[in-house]
Design a protein around this ligand. Structure first.
Ligand code: SF4
Length: 357
C-alpha cells in the first residue's frame, strides 16, 4: 500500500508542478507532458508515462501519491450497476457505486457515487454506513482515487456524472471534499462541469450557510426522508440538532446563492414516512424551495426491520406530489438505492476479513 507521507499529485496546480520540477533539476516544460499523461490520457502510474524520461518517472513515483486505494472487488447487479470496494492504506474499506440509469431520450447516463468517510457519525436509522459509527475522514486524495479505476482506454472516464452520496456525511469533511471536487472540476485537470457534480447531505444547516456564503458551484441534494420534525427525528437523529425550522431556511439561503435546483431525497419506508399527510407536507417544502423531489423506494438493509411500501402506497404518495405540481422522480433502478444500501458491502467484507484473515 502507498506511503501516505507523500503528497497527492492531484492536489498540485500546474504552476506548483512546474516549480517542483525546476527545484528538483527537471525542465519546466515537462509539467505540460505530465499533466497530459495524467489528466488527458488518464495514466495514473508514472512508470506508464512513455513521453517522459525514466529519471523523471522515478522522481514522480518517489515524490507523489497517485492512486491511494486498492480495488478489492465489485458486485454487479442485473441492471449493470456496480458496487466497488476499495481498501485504504490503513486497511479500512469504503464503497463506491457506478450507476447506469436510463436518462431522457433513452440514453444511458453513468454516474459514479463516491464516499467521503469511513463509517458515519450521523446515525440515520435506515443506513448501513453508520452501523459501526464513525471511523475517520477520507483525505482528498482518497476521495479522488475512487474514480481512477474507471478510466477507460482512450483517456475517458466510464461515467459522466459524480455524486458524493456514498459512505459518510460529506459536509462533515468539508476541506477534503472541496479539494477533491476542485480536482474533478478544474478544466486543467479532470474537467467535470459543476452541474455534473452533486453533493448530498443529511442536512448540516451550519455548513449549508457557509457554502451559501462561499458561492459553492456544485449541485446539492438534501436527504430529507421525513417532511415533519416528528417523522424525520424518528429516522434521522441529525434532525434533533438541525430541525426543519433551521434546515429549511439554510437550504433556501443556499439555493438562492447557488442558483441551481436543489434535490430533496426521500427514501420511502413502509408505515414510517409514506402517509398522505407526509406527502402533503413534502409538497409544501418542495414548492417553497423550488426543489425537485427524488422518491427512493426503500432497499432492504440486512439487520434492519424497515420495508419498502407497496406499489399502491407509493403511487398514492406520488399522486399527491403530482397534484401539487411538484417536480419529482421515482427511482426504480436497484443500484440507485445507494442511499440506504451503501455500506452493506463494506460491512460484510470487513466481517469476512476478520473471520478469515
Ligand atoms: S445516510 Fe448518509 S448521513 Fe445518514 S448515516 Fe448514512 S452515510 Fe451518514
Amino acid at each position: 500500500m502507498p506511503d501516505i507521507k507523500r503528497p497527492s499529485f492531484f492536489l498540485l496546480s500546474f504552476e506548483e508542478l512546474q516549480a517542483e520540477l525546476l527545484k528538483c533539476g527537471f525542465e519546466k516544460y515537462r509539467a505540460r507532458q505530465i499533466f497530459d499523461c495524467v489528466y488527458r490520457m488518464k495514466i495514473f502510474d508514472p512508470q506508464g508515462m512513455a513521453t517522459i524520461p525514466k529519471k523523471l518517472r522515478d522522481f514522480l513515483s518517489g515524490a507523489f501519491l497517485f492512486s491511494e486505494t486498492e480495488t478489492l472487488g465489485r458486485n454487479i447487479d442485473g441492471d449493470m450497476t456496480g458496487k466497488f470496494l476499495h481498501r485504504l492504506h490503513d486497511g479500512n474499506l469504503v464503497e463506491c457505486v457506478l450507476l447506469e440509469a436510463p436518462a431522457e431520450g433513452g440514453e444511458i447516463r453513468k454516474t459514479l457515487c463516491v464516499s467521503t468517510q469511513v463509517g458515519c457519525a450521523c446515525g440515520c436509522r435506515f443506513c448501513a454506513s453508520t452501523m459501526r459509527g464513525f471511523v475517520r475522514n477520507l483525505s482528498a486524495g482518497e476521495i479522488i482515487s475512487q474514480a481512477l479505476p474507471f478510466a477507460e482506454k482512450g483517456g475517458k472516464f466510464a461515467f459522466e456524472n459524480i455524486v458524493v452520496m456514498g459512505m459518510g456525511e460529506p459536509l462533515m469533511n468539508m476541506d477534503n471534499l472541496l479539494r477533491a471536487l476542485s480536482v474533478f472540476n478544474d478544466s486543467d485537470k479532470f474537467g467535470f462541469g459543476a452541474r455534473r457534480i452533486t453533493v448530498s447531505t443529511c442536512g448540516i444547516a451550519d455548513r449549508l450557510l457557509e457554502l451559501a456564503k462561499s458561492k459553492f458551484p456544485y449541485r446539492l441534494a438534501i436527504s430529507l426522508h421525513g417532511a415533519t420534525d416528528e417523522i424525520r427525528s424518528k429516522i434521522m437523529p441529525i434532525n434533533g440538532k438541525y430541525p426543519l425550522s433551521v434546515l429549511l431556511p439554510a437550504a433556501d439561503a443556499f439555493a438562492k446563492s447557488n442558483g441551481r435546483m436543489i434535490t430533496l431525497e426521500y427514501i420511502m419506508i413502509d408505515g414510517v414516512n409514506d402517509s398522505r399527510s407526509q406527502a402533503g407536507e413534502l409538497a409544501k417544502i418542495a414548492k417553497s424551495l423550488h426543489a425537485h423531489v427524488n422518491l427512493i423506494p426503500y432497499n432492504k438493509v440486512e439487520g434492519l426491520e424497515w420495508r419498502r411500501p407497496t406499489a399502491a402506497r407509493r403511487a398514492a404518495f406520488a399522486e399527491i406530489l403530482e397534484k401539487s405540481k411538484v417536480s419529482y422522480t421515482m427511482r426504480r433502478e436497484k443500484g440507485s438505492d445507494i442511499n440506504a444500501a451503501c455500506g452493506q458491502l463494506a460491512l460484510k467484507t470487513s466481517d469476512n476479513i476478520q473471520k478469515n484473515p
